[in-house]
Write a protein that binds this ligand. Sequence first.
Ligand code: NAD
Length: 255
Amino acid sequence: MKLSKKVAIITGAATGIGQAMAVRFAQEGAAVVIDYVGKPGTADDSLAKIKAVGGRAIAVNADVSNPEQAANMITEAVKTFGGLDILVNNAGIEYKHPFLEFPIDQVQKIFAVNLLGPLVCAQAAARQMVKQGRGGRIINISSIHEDLPMQTNAPYCATKGGIRMLMRTIAVELAPYKITVNNIGPGAIFTPIDKDVESNPEMEKALMAEIPLARWGKPEEVAGLATYLASDEAGYVTGSTYFIDGGMLRQAGAL
Ligand SMILES: NC(=O)c1ccc[n+]([C@@H]2O[C@H](COP(=O)([O-])OP(=O)(O)OC[C@H]3O[C@@H](n4cnc5c(N)ncnc54)[C@H](O)[C@@H]3O)[C@@H](O)[C@H]2O)c1
C-alpha cells in the first residue's frame, strides 16, 4: 500500500475526481478527510464507497474559500487522525458565458472557489505540516486550461492559470520543509462538472475530435496519478504540472 499511515484531506470529494481520489487513497491505506459543501449527507456516497473497501474516512462540511472553515477542516483531521500529510485541492466550479456578458457575481464565485480556496487551504495545511516537521504533499487539481484558452470560460481559465503560479511559487517556498507541491492538469474527465457536454451528442463529438485518444478520461485514472504524487516515491517531484488529457494539449499545439 502506497499511502499507509498517511492522513489526507481531499476538498470537494463528494463527487467526481475528488471521490475517486478519496476511495483510491483509502485503498492505499490513508485515513481520508472528505471535504464537501451542502446538506449533511452530501458525502455519504463517498463514505460508503470507502467503507466498502475497508478504509477509514470522515466527512467535514467546509467551503474552501472560507478561511475559518478551511482551518476547521485541518483541525478536524488532526483531532480525528492525529496529523496531516497530504492536501489535495480538488474543489472547483465552472460557469460559462461569453466574456462580454459574464456576470461579475459568477466571476467572483469562480475566483473564490478555484483560486482563493486552494491558497487558503494550502496555507492552513502547510502551517500544520511545518509544525509536525515530517514534510508533506500538496496537490492541486488544475486543468489543461492552465495553458489552453477556452472561449466562454475566461474566469475558469484565469483561475487555473493562477493556480499554476501559486503551485510554482509555494513549491519553492515550502521545499525547505520537505513539503512538495504539484498540479495535476486533467483534460476531459467524465464527471458532473462537464454535464453540458456529456448530455449533448454534437458537443461531445466535437470534443472527441480534439482528443488524440478519442475518449473521456476516467476519474480513477486521475486518482492513479494523484496516488503517485502523494506517495513517498514522489519525494523528489515538486513544482510541476502533470497533464492527463489523452494528448489534447499536444494536438492543440499548446506549450
Ligand atoms: N471533469 C473534467 O473534465 C475536469 C477537467 C479539468 C479539471 N477539472 C477539475 O477537477 C476538479 C474536480 O472536478 P470534477 O470534474 O470532479 O467535478 P465535480 O463537480 O464532480 O467536483 C467538484 C466538487 O467541488 C465541490 N465544491 C464546489 N464548491 C466548493 C466549495 N466552495 N468548497 C468545497 N467544495 C466545493 C462540489 O460540490 C463538487 O463536489 C475541479 O477543480 C475541476 O476544475 C475537471
